[in-house]
Design a protein around this ligand. Structure first.
Ligand SMILES: [Zn+2]
Length: 496
């Protein structure tokens, strides 16, 4: 038997990163063996059986001899069913059954069932983006069309229903013939804002509105503290509506993460910041990602949006420590025995908790019955370094005590205002506190305050940043004394 060889390209997911992978096929004489090497996991090893069955249905018998498939680079663990397609194509090419001109330019990606149909697998959107950016053509399932068409101007996709289609197509293939050049599509948003705005009838005290405006403009992590039933979750949902739409790059990133996680229900671009509300009983894998099969957790699903932790004190300290790292680095790193991966985790942390175990500490309406020891234990449940990452704080008492009014107009105008002021705010947040526009007299006032209450350097920096956000919100050029006063009011009292 003549020795046969082929090499085709596919990709390997390493968390959020995509690695170009070569599938090499070698057919030589010798004792019959069909083996896949290069750290394949169980699903990839099973693909041998699928491929054998599909080929025999097509009337193609595998030659008797040594068939070795090598997934290169061989030192990285491979996971997923999308290797079926590159492996079968590699075999067909090695056996001279099909000839794909310039095969180097293609990325093959897809699962195959026993009938030979090509099935769409998770993460097609990020693979499409990878091909778009690196000038590759993608050959995959026709089911991937909708998701791939989200990438504007990308038309180098070759989509097929089954293996037979691929064989027939390349038999008649003329160079530069366009198989499925889709028209450049308009990008459709998943949530249509603000057209679909529902009306929200609720009483919102002025101070709550002001707090939300500051938190939204400055993109601050914040903590809501208050007795049970004061509408903390409602306030967070309203706050989420104040956030501006995502930019195109951000929205591709968010949609790609949902595509990898298999959570992209409608195959449209998610252009609104996600809001994730994990329960406090969620596992660390669900929150941070990972598990037996690597996949993004809540911190990554909240990327470019809001992660809301209700009943903060009930989350385990392991989870909160992991979250602290995400807040600092804006990515989550997951290390397991078999893999080392990372995903983006750039979210705004919103949290809520009761002020004490009984829930009524500081309430004007009901008396707190906790002993001083219980209060202390409750407060110490959340680690200091975690609370230090939360600049803003609001005590909530009476959200529902007032005449309700429709907040639709306020939400719309605030969002527009935030869109307008965001870029100025972001530029100024980089400026050091020594360069902020502040009058001497106001600076003296701050210094006195910090001295009197023994304010740490971290809190002092928060104070100036918050005051600067308020200055931007008010449209002033200089930070005033009253703006400092307002910043003190919202400064997280639990942070050190
Ligand atoms: Zn209490």
């Amino acid at each position: 038997m003549n020795n046969k060889f082929s090499c085709v390209k596919t990709i390997t997911f390493k968390g959020w990163n995509i690695l170009l992978t070569e599938v090499e096929t070698s057919i030589t004489g010798g004792l019959p063996i069909f083996s896949i090497v290069g750290l394949p996991n169980k699903t990839i090893n099973e693909s041998k059986e699928r491929i054998r069955a599909v080929l025999s249905h097509l009337g193609i018998g595998l030659p008797v001899g040594r068939i070795i498939i090598n997934l290169s680079p061989a030192h990285i663990t491979k996971e997923g069913t999308h290797y079926d397609l590159p492996i079968i194509i590699g075999l067909l090419v090695a056996l001279n059954i099909i000839n794909i001109p310039h095969i180097d330019e293609y990325i093959f990606f897809g699962e195959i069932n026993l009938k030979g149909l090509i099935i769409k697998t998770l993460g097609i959107l990020p693979v499409g983006i990878f091909c778009f950016k690196n000038n590759y053509k993608i050959l995959t399932s026709e089911q991937a069309q909708k998701e791939l068409s989200l990438i504007a101007d990308f038309n180098r996709y070759f989509l097929f229903k089954d293996i037979m289609n691929i064989i027939v197509f390349f038999k008649n293939y003329k160079e530069h013939s366009n198989y499925k050049k889709l028209p450049d599509k308009e990008i459709k948003p998943l949530y249509i804002f603000p057209k679909k705005e529902e009306s929200i009838n609720i009483y919102l005290p002025k101070i709550y509105k002001r707090f939300m405006e500051i938190a939204a403009l400055g993109n601050y992590n914040f903590l809501l503290v208050g007795p049970p039933g004061t509408g903390k979750t409602t306030l967070v949902k309203i706050f989420h509506k104040l956030l501006p739409l995502l930019k195109h790059e951000q929205s591709l990133e968010v949609t790609s993460l949902y595509s990898i996680a298999g959570l992209l229900e409608e195959e449209t671009l998610m252009d609104y910041p996600p809001l994730r509300i994990p329960h406090h009983s969620s596992s660390i894998y669900a929150l941070l990602g990972g598990g037996i099969k690597p996949k993004p957790g809540e911190v990554s699903l909240a990327n470019q949006g809001v992660l809301f932790l209700d009943e903060l004190s009930n989350f385990s300290s392991n989870i909160l420590d992991g979250l602290r790292e995400c807040i600092e680095e804006k990515i989550v790193r997951i290390s397991r025995v078999t893999y080392n991966i990372s995903y983006p985790a750039n979210f705004q942390l919103v949290s809520a908790m009761n002020p004490c175990k009984c829930g009524f500490l500081g309430s004007k309406k009901k008396l707190c019955v906790c002993s001083s020891k219980t209060k202390e234990i409750y407060k110490n449940k959340i680690s200091g370094p975690f609370l230090d990452r939360i600049p803003l704080y609001l005590y909530m008492e009476d959200i529902f005590y007032g005449e309700s009014e429709n907040q639709k107009e306020w939400i719309q105008t605030t969002r527009e205002k935030i869109v307008k002021l965001r870029s100025k705010e972001i530029t100024e947040q980089v400026i050091t506190e020594n360069l902020l526009p502040i009058e001497k007299e106001t600076q003296c006032f701050i210094n006195k305050y910090c001295e009197k209450y023994n304010i740490s350097l971290r809190k002092y920096k928060y104070l100036l940043r918050i005051a600067n956000t308020i200055k931007n919100l008010d449209g002033n050029d200089i930070i005033t004394k009253s703006q400092i006063g307002e910043a003190i009011l919202f400064l997280n009292m639990y942070a050190k």
